[in-house]
Write a protein that binds this ligand. Structure first.
Ligand SMILES: Cc1cc2nc3c(=O)[nH]c(=O)nc-3n(C[C@H](O)[C@H](O)[C@H](O)COP(=O)(O)O)c2cc1C
Length: 380
């Protein structure tokens, strides 16, 4: 399969599956427990229909948006994800460069495989640093100063991962970092020698955001990092203190309730990401799209409400914007293309997304994002 044959999310997913060893593909593709929330994330968009207007003179379309003070040329951005150099040897370098070409924001994860400083130098579009809150408050302060010094524009604290989700596919394959595969997992790697050759021929796998603080390998794995180093007692006062320290654009990723959205406003956050972590944390949790209207009605005039989860089409983006989201985060939508073909893959996928949004805005009779309103939507 060639990248030029990939016309949509599903084609890229198939190509990624062909290229990646099974345990790595399943790490990306999998989610928590029965994966009910994961499936609902995309299906939620299908319970809602667009109602177009015609004859509106839509020769030119402006799809730019401004969120948390950052102007994006398109209303989607690359949400932070872990371990990208495992999926393709260029990892975050490829994603940052592709996002810059499309004038949009990208996120570097605490579990990123390229340093936030190096990523910051790749393009000049806004960068998010995704933060996990550690028990060690000194470590939290150091990481924030490091991000500030590097010129990161937006601090994003993930609040839905106080403990690791139950990823049963990973348990079955034995996927963990460092690798500790079972026999079936090892056999899966043997079936993909091209991936293995690439992996050993390129620079050593690292977690540069954490290297100075956590010694992965000497008894610490990513799952132990979640259970032992992150602070499950994290509360609103801790976050309020972080917001003060950061003193800039600050958002919470993983907000789902109206009460929490209101607290985020009160402590001075400038954005919230409605997210269930791609269904990877609390299975049975509501989809962000299903929950969007309630949150927009409660706080949409005081904070930027953003959504992620299950977005695979331009029409999904239009539905979210019509309900009141300011922008939409992409996860697996760019990860499968990264795994399939590196930077050209991510560029092709972002190009397809841009073309779909533009075409669909024209077909909806909308010249700018502000023309998208609830009038254009009907739920079944
Ligand atoms: C492989 C993978 C790794 C992820 N790593 C992180 C992470 O390190 N930090 C984080 O806040 N979210 C992480 N996420 C969640 C994404 O940022 C995003 O919320 C989610 O992927 C959106 O759902 P989607 O994949 O259906 O688009 C990860 C998601 C995937 C699929």
């Amino acid at each position: 399969m060639r990248v030029t044959n990939c016309q949509n999310f599903h084609d890229f997913r198939r190509m990624a599956k062909q290229r990646l060893p099974g345990p790595i593909f399943n790490y990306i593709d999998g989610a928590a427990d029965d994966e009910v929330t994961y499936r609902r994330n995309t299906r939620a968009f299908e319970d809602c229909d667009l109602v177009p207007n015609v004859l509106r003179g839509v020769g030119e379309v402006d799809m730019s948006v401004t969120i948390m003070g950052q102007t994006l040329a398109m209303p989607v951005y690359c949400s932070p994800t872990a371990l990208q150099r495992l999926f393709h040897h260029d990892g975050e370098r490829a994603v940052a460069a592709a996002a810059a070409k499309f004038g949009t924001m990208f996120g570097v994860s605490s579990l990123g495989t390229v340093s936030l400083e190096e990523a910051r130098k790749i393009g000049n579009t806004p960068q998010v640093y995704q933060f996990y809150f550690h028990k060690d408050r000194g470590l939290n302060r150091d990481m924030m100063s490091r991000a500030k010094l590097a010129g990161v524009e937006v601090m994003m604290l993930t609040v839905d991962s106080i403990t690791g989700g139950n990823r049963e596919r990973d348990k079955r394959t034995g996927f963990s970092i460092p690798f500790k595969l079972n026999a079936a997992g090892i056999a899966q790697f043997a079936l993909k020698p091209a991936w293995a050759i690439n992996y050993v021929m390129h620079e050593r796998f690292r977690l540069p955001q954490l290297d100075d603080h956590v010694k992965m390998g000497s008894g610490t794995s990513i799952s132990r990092y979640f259970t032992e180093m992150l602070d499950p007692s994290l509360n609103w006062d801790d976050v309020a203190e972080m917001v003060r320290q950061w003193d800039g654009q600050f958002c919470l990723k993983g907000i789902m309730s109206v009460a929490d959205a209101k607290r985020a406003v009160e402590i001075g956050c400038t954005g919230i990401i409605l997210s269930n972590h791609g269904g990877r944390q609390l299975d049975g949790s509501r989809s962000a799209f299903d929950q969007l209207a309630e949150i927009v009605d409660a706080v949409g005039d005081r904070i930027d409400v953003i959504l992620d989860g299950g977005v695979q089409r331009g029409s999904h983006v239009l539905k979210a914007l019509s309900l009141g989201a300011k922008a939409v985060g992409l996860g697996r939508y760019y990860l499968f293309p990264l795994a399939a073909a590196g930077q050209p893959g991510v560029e092709r996928a972002l190009g397809q997304m841009r073309a779909e949004i533009e075409r669909d805005m024209k077909l909806m009779g909308c010249r700018s994002v502000s023309d998208l309103t609830r009038e254009n939507l009907r739920f079944r």
